[in-house]
Design a protein around this ligand. Structure first.
Ligand SMILES: NC(=O)c1ccc[n+]([C@@H]2O[C@H](COP(=O)([O-])OP(=O)(O)OC[C@H]3O[C@@H](n4cnc5c(N)ncnc54)[C@H](OP(=O)(O)O)[C@@H]3O)[C@@H](O)[C@H]2O)c1
Length: 310
């Protein structure tokens, strides 16, 4: 038998059940991953909360749960080439991640990601990389971030933000990030100048950077992108991952799926070089999935929450 998080109706964390299912195996053209860790993203609870969001991601009931994972290939089915039992892997598999086993068809679907885990990166860290790392790089590439930029980041302490601010500092930018005041010390520890989100944001940013800001990326709603527009930043130097396909003022929408092909290798290299750290701020065994998802959905996680399968 094996455990898998499954839901049979849409709703809040209470719909997520840990089920004992018969152990799946890799069939013809498939491989099986023994999952060790998974990380949570807001899209996980959003998909489970509403049929129209699930439909956008091709998820239908009954559904598995979670996307980001890490583990080890433990079965390679007949006719599957290019993969070996024993390879440590990480990536993203839609509605499959939070389970003891992931069985997947090769070639992978366009939305799925499977990479070999670098030897010096733990499964727990590897499980946090795909959505957050790709989104952060996509958001920075969209605005062509360069050394000397003063970058305003909305939602800087969240799962995506914590990757993005570190990558922006590495690129040589000055980084100002929005958070609530109780999060300021956390952001400062990454060399980010914190500023409170909420009404009056553009005035507070102007006080911090009287010479102006040159670029912005909004990871939460539209407040930061609107403040950047008000401060005279060109729309092509403002990106957003959280405002849908038509953000206000001509700002540039982007997301994980638009990251360059080497995005994960770049994030992994920065971690291996100890230039980037992933704050894992909560670890929950799979049995505590409801508690973990409730915490994620509150919207005040600073870094990443992970689910452990082993
Ligand atoms: N398009 C894509 O491909 C893509 C990919 C990943 C994520 N997303 C979306 O991007 C958003 C951020 O994702 P995430 O993983 O970073 O989320 P997250 O980890 O849940 O973000 C939590 C952070 O948001 C901050 N926050 C809460 N309310 C805020 C507000 N009103 N203004 C500014 N910051 C606020 C919190 O700071 P405090 O605790 O200090 O309040 C906390 O640090 C989500 O909406 C997610 O669905 C899109």
């Amino acid at each position: 038998m094996a455990r898998a998080v499954i839901y049979e109706s849409f709703g809040g964390p209470e719909v997520l059940k840990v089920r004992e299912i018969s152990e799946p195996h890799a069939g013809e053209g498939e491989l099986r991953i023994r999952t060790t860790a998974a990380s949570l993203n807001p899209m996980d609870w959003k998909i489970a909360s509403a049929e129209h969001i699930a439909a956008y991601f091709n998820v239908s009931l009954p559904a598995g749960f979670g996307y980001d994972f890490a583990g080890i290939i433990d079965e390679v089915g007949p006719g599957t080439t290019g993969y070996e039992v024993g390879t440590r892997v990480f990536g993203g598999m839609m509605a499959k991640a939070i389970a003891d086993y992931i069985v997947v068809k090769i070639p992978l679907s366009q939305r799925d990601v499977l990479k070999e885990t670098p030897t010096d990166i733990s499964d727990e860290v590897a499980s946090t990389l795909t959505v957050a790392g790709c989104s952060a790089i996509a958001a920075l590439e969209t605005i062509g971030l360069r050394a000397g930029d003063t970058l305003l980041v909305g939602g800087a302490a969240g799962g995506v933000g914590i990757f993005l601010v570190q990558l922006a500092k590495l690129a040589g930018a000055r980084v100002i990030g929005t958070a609530s005041p109780s999060t300021f010390d956390f952001l400062s520890s990454f060399g980010v100048e914190p500023v409170a989100y909420g009404p009056g944001l553009s005035d507070r940013v102007k006080a911090l950077a009287p010479e102006g800001i040159s670029a912005a990326t909004d990871l939460m709603g539209t407040e930061t992108l609107e403040a950047a527009l008000a401060l005279g930043v060109e729309p092509e130097r403002i990106s957003t991952i959280a405002a849908g396909p038509n953000p206000p003022g001509g700002a540039r929408p982007t997301g994980a799926s638009e990251a360059p092909v080497d995005a994960l290798e770049r994030v992994a290299a920065a971690i291996s070089a100890k230039d980037l750290v992933v704050p894992i701020v909560g670890k929950f065994p799979i049995e505590k999935i409801q508690e973990a998802v409730a915490q994620q959905a509150e919207g005040h996680v600073h870094g990443k929450l992970i689910i452990t399968m082993m």
